[in-house]
Design a protein around this ligand. Structure first.
Ligand SMILES: Nc1nc2c(c(=O)[nH]1)N[C@H]1C(S)=C(S)[C@@H](COP(=O)(O)OP(=O)(O)OC[C@H]3O[C@@H](n4cnc5c(=O)[nH]c(N)nc54)[C@H](O)[C@@H]3O)O[C@H]1N2
Ligand SMILES: Nc1nc2c(c(=O)[nH]1)N[C@H]1C(S)=C(S)[C@@H](COP(=O)(O)OP(=O)(O)OC[C@H]3O[C@@H](n4cnc5c(=O)[nH]c(N)nc54)[C@H](O)[C@@H]3O)O[C@H]1N2
Ligand SMILES: [Mo]
Length: 662
C-alpha cells in the first residue's frame, strides 16, 4: 500500500519537489472509481452499460473488429491516436504494423506551431535557459500555473531572487503575472505586433548583435526593411501597450542580451496565425545573438538511447487522410494535423475511416468543437481506448482497456530532453491492484490476434536493456534500477553550435531570418502582422488556460485535487458582467456557434473586459466519474473549430461567445 509519494531527489528535473498533482497521484491507484477489468459495451453508446470481461475476451473482440474493418476498408480504415507518454511508442507501432498511415499524435492540439517556427528558423527546437537569463519576456506562457520542469523551478529561482527581470503579457492576471516585474494585459491576438515593434526598435537603434547576425544568419537586410513599418507607436495602438514601454523594453532586452530571451511558451494552439507569431519570437532571439549562450536560447543536448531491433513492417500503402503533404507540407507529418483529420474523417475524404484506437488521450475533451468530435465518434464502427479511468471518450467507446497506473508498471526508459538532459526509468512501486496491464502487454495481446505478434516479440526488460546499453556506465540497468535516473556528468554545454562552419539543419545551413522555404510553399517568408478579428458588441473572446493543481481534462475527478476547486468558473470582468446583469457566483450560459456550457460566473478584475475564460477539463459527460460529471462547464463544447495554416495547430483563442444568465 502506498501511503505517501516522495520525489526522487536525484532527479535534476524535479529537485526533490512534488506538486499537488504529484502528491495526489496515489489516488490514481486507490480511486474506487477505477476501471478494474476490461470492459465491453453492453448497451447503446454513452448509455453506460458495460460488461466486465477477461483480457482474452477483450483482445479477441478488439482484434476481430479491427480485422473486419481492415477487410472492408483496408488498414487505413483504422485511426490510431495518442498523447505523449513513455509507452506511446508501442501503441503507435501497433498502428504502423497494422498498416495504417493514420497515426495522429497530440502536437497539433498543443505545441506544433512553436516547434515548427523554431525548426524553420534554427533547424532545431531549443530550450530556454531561464536559470541564467537576466531578462525574460513571456507571452501567455503561464509557467507558475502551467508547470514545466525544470523551467518553472528555474524561473521561480531566478525571478524571486530578483536577478531576472520578467516581462509578462497575458489578457489575464495569472499567478505568473503576479510574480512578474511588469504585466501587460495585451489585446488578445496582437503579440506579433509587439514583437515586430521590438525588432523595429532594436534594428533602428543598431542594438542587434551585428557580428552574430553576419556570421550565422541569412536575411537580416530583408528583415530590416520589412520591420520599418512596424513602429512602436503603431504597435501601441494594436496591443494597448504604450509605445514608450515597447521602446524601453526593446532597449532593456537588447542591453541584457545575450542573457535575455523571449520564452517560446509551450501550448501554442492559440490563433490562426500562431506560427508567424512564434517565428517572430525566434527571429527576435536570433538578432540579439542569444543563441547557444548561457542565459539564452540553447539547443538541446543529446543522449542517444539504443534501439531494440524489432522486425520492421512495410510502409502503409494509402496516403494519410489529413493529406499532410498537400495541406501542411512543412509540418511534422508523422504527428498528423488533428482538426483537419477530423474534417476529412467526417467527410470520408478521400476514403472512409471506421475504426478508432485511442491510447492515453481524451479527444472528446482535448479537441475544440466537441459536437464535431461526437459526430466522428458516432460514425465509427468500432472504438477502443486504453486509459486508466472512464474519460469522456472512454464513456462512448466500445471497449475500454484499463492500463496499470504509472505506480504499478514498468515503463520504457526515456530521455527527458533539455539543455542538460537526463535518462529516467519508471519502475513499479506496487503490484497492479486490479486486473490491469501495462501498454506493451495490451499491444502484444492485440498484435498476436492480428497475426502481428512477430513485430512485438520482446519484453520490456529487453527493450530497456537495448536502450541503455551505450550509456557510459558499468551496469546501466542496475544503475537505473537503483537510482531511477542517470544524469550525465558535467552540466550544460553551451556554444557547441557556435563556430562559423556549423551547418544549422535549415535549407541554407544558416539561421533563417528570411525563409525561402516558407516562400516556396506560399507562406510569408517574414512574419506579416494581420490584426485579429474583434468580438462583436455584446460578445467576448474565450480564452483557455490552466491551474497548477489540475492536468488537462484528466484530474478533475481526483478527490484531493477537487478540494482545491470542485468546479470551474467563468472569469468575467465586473464591467462586462454588470452590463449583462450578472452577479458573482450566478449560473451563466456561455455559447458560441459550436455549442454552450453552463457554469458559475466569477467576477474578477483579473481579466480584460473583452475576454472571458474558463478552466479546461470540467463539465464531464462521463457519468462514471460521479465526482466530475456535469460539474462546471465544458470548454471543449464551446470552442470553435479552426487551425493555423502553416502547422495545422488548433486555434483555441479564436472563439467569440455570448454570456447570459442561465
Ligand atoms: N479546450 C481545451 N483543449 C485543450 C487544451 C486546453 O487547454 N483547452 N489543451 C491542449 C493541450 S496543450 C494538450 S497537451 C492536449 C492534451 O490532451 P489529452 O492528452 O487528451 O489530455 P488529458 O485530458 O490529459 O487526457 C489524457 C487521457 O489519458 C488518461 N491517462 C492518464 N494517465 C494515463 C496512463 O498512465 N495510461 C493511460 N493509458 N491513460 C492515461 C487520462 O485518464 C485521460 O483520459 O489537450 C489540448 N486541448
Ligand atoms: N498544472 C498544469 N501544468 C501543466 C499542464 C496542465 O494541464 N496542468 N499542461 C502542460 C502542457 S501539455 C502544456 S502544453 C503547458 C501549457 O502551458 P502554457 O503554454 O503556459 O499555456 P496555458 O497554460 O494554456 O496558458 C495560456 C495563457 O495564454 C493566455 N493568452 C490567451 N490569449 C493570449 C494572447 O493573445 N496573448 C497573450 N500574451 N496571452 C494570451 C491565456 O490567458 C493563458 O493564461 O502546460 C503544461 N503544464
Ligand atoms: Mo500541451
Amino acid at each position: 500500500m502506498i501511503r505517501k509519494l516522495d520525489p526522487n531527489p536525484k532527479n535534476p528535473k524535479s529537485r526533490g519537489m512534488l506538486c499537488a498533482r504529484g502528491n495526489a497521484g496515489l489516488l490514481q491507484v486507490y480511486d474506487p472509481k477505477r476501471i478494474k477489468k476490461p470492459l465491453i459495451r453492453a448497451g447503446a453508446r454513452g448509455e453506460g452499460k458495460w460488461r466486465e470481461v477477461s483480457w482474452d475476451e477483450a483482445f479477441d473482440y478488439t482484434a476481430n473488429k479491427l480485422k473486419e474493418i481492415k477487410l472492408k476498408h483496408g488498414p487505413q480504415g483504422v485511426l490510431w491516436s495518442s498523447t505523449e507518454a513513455f509507452a506511446e511508442v508501442f501503441f503507435k507501432n501497433l498502428g504502423l504494423a497494422f498498416g495504417s498511415p493514420n497515426i495522429v499524435r497530440h502536437p497539433t492540439l498543443c505545441l506544433a506551431s512553436v516547434n515548427l517556427a523554431y525548426s524553420v528558423t534554427f533547424g532545431a527546437v531549443p530550450s530556454f535557459d531561464l536559470q541564467n537569463a537576466n531578462y525574460v519576456i513571456m507571452a501567455g506562457a503561464n509557467r507558475f500555473e502551467s508547470f514545466i520542469t525544470p523551467d518553472t523551478m528555474d524561473l521561480i529561482d531566478s525571478t524571486m531572487n530578483r536577478k531576472t527581470r520578467l516581462v509578462y503579457l497575458d489578457p489575464r492576471f495569472t499567478v505568473t503575472a503576479a510574480k512578474a516585474d511588469e504585466w501587460y494585459p495585451i489585446k488578445p491576438g496582437s503579440d506579433l505586433a509587439f514583437i515586430l515593434a521590438l525588432v523595429h526598435v532594436i534594428i533602428a537603434e543598431g542594438r542587434h548583435d551585428k557580428e552574430f547576425v553576419k556570421t550565422y544568419c541569412q536575411g537580416f537586410d530583408q528583415l530590416a526593411e520589412h520591420v520599418k513599418k512596424y513602429s512602436p507607436e503603431w504597435a501601441g495602438n494594436e496591443t494597448e501597450i504604450a509605445a514608450a514601454n515597447i521602446v524601453r523594453i526593446a532597449r532593456e532586452f537588447s542591453d541584457a542580451a545575450p542573457r535575455a530571451l523571449f520564452y517560446s511558451g509551450r501550448r501554442s494552439s492559440w490563433y490562426r496565425n500562431d506560427f508567424q507569431m512564434r517565428r517572430a519570437q525566434a527571429i527576435l532571439n536570433a538578432i540579439v545573438g542569444n543563441w547557444d549562450k548561457q542565459g539564452g536560447v540553447v539547443p538541446n543536448s543529446k543522449i542517444a538511447l539504443g534501439e531494440f531491433l524489432y522486425l520492421p513492417w512495410d510502409d502503409p500503402e494509402a496516403p494519410r487522410i489529413d493529406e499532410m503533404d498537400k495541406n501542411f507540407p512543412l509540418a511534422a507529418k508523422s504527428d498528423g494535423a488533428y482538426l483537419k483529420l477530423r474534417e476529412n474523417v467526417l467527410a470520408a475524404n478521400p476514403y472512409p475511416v471506421k475504426g478508432w484506437m485511442i491510447c492515453k488521450q481524451d479527444p472528446l475533451s482535448a479537441l475544440p468543437d466537441q459536437s464535431k468530435t461526437m459526430r466522428m465518434v458516432e460514425q465509427m464502427d468500432f472504438i477502443a481506448t486504453i486509459d486508466i479511468q472512464m474519460s469522456d471518450t472512454a464513456w462512448y467507446a466500445d471497449v475500454v482497456l484499463p492500463e496499470s497506473t504509472y505506480l504499478e508498471r514498468q515503463d520504457p526508459v526515456e530521455v527527458l530532453a533539455g539543455i542538460w538532459p537526463v535518462v529516467v526509468m519508471r519502475q513499479p512501486v506496487v503490484k497492479p491492484v486490479h486486473d490491469t496491464k501495462p501498454c506493451l502487454d495490451i499491444v502484444q495481446g492485440i498484435a498476436k490476434r492480428l497475426d502481428l505478434g512477430m513485430y512485438f516479440d520482446y519484453t520490456i526488460d529487453q527493450w530497456n536493456e537495448a536502450a541503455v546499453k551505450e550509456l557510459p556506465l558499468d551496469a546501466p540497468m542496475d544503475y537505473l534500477r537503483n537510482h531511477g535516473v542517470y544524469t550525465p556528468p558535467g552540466g550544460p554545454n553551451y556554444g557547441a553550435t557556435l563556430n562559423p562552419d556549423h551547418r544549422f539543419v535549415t535549407q541554407s545551413g544558416k539561421i533563417e531570418i528570411f525563409s525561402d522555404r516558407l516562400k516556396e510553399f506560399g507562406h510569408d517568408p517574414l512574419p506579416v502582422y494581420q490584426p485579429p478579428e474583434q468580438p462583436p458588441a455584446g460578445s467576448f473572446r474565450m480564452l483557455v488556460g490552466r491551474k497548477a493543481y489540475f492536468t488537462h481534462a484528466n484530474s478533475s475527478s481526483n478527490p484531493w485535487l477537487l478540494d482545491f476547486a470542485p468546479e470551474n468558473f467563468l472569469w468575467i470582468n465586473p464591467k462586462s458582467a454588470s452590463h449583462a446583469g450578472i452577479a458573482d457566483g450566478e449560473l451563466v450560459e456561455v455559447s458560441s456557434s459550436a455549442g454552450s456550457a453552463k457554469l458559475r460566473a466569477r467576477l474578477t478584475e483579473h481579466i480584460r473586459p473583452d475576454c472571458v475564460s474558463m478552466l479546461h477539463g470540467f463539465g464531464k459527460r462521463s457519468q462514471w466519474l460521479t465526482r466530475a460529471y456535469n460539474r462546471g462547464g465544458n470548454d471543449a463544447a464551446v470552442l470553435e473549430n479552426g487551425w493555423d495554416g502553416v502547422s495545422g495547430n488548433a486555434a483555441m483563442h479564436e472563439t467569440f461567445v455570448k454570456v447570459r444568465k442561465a
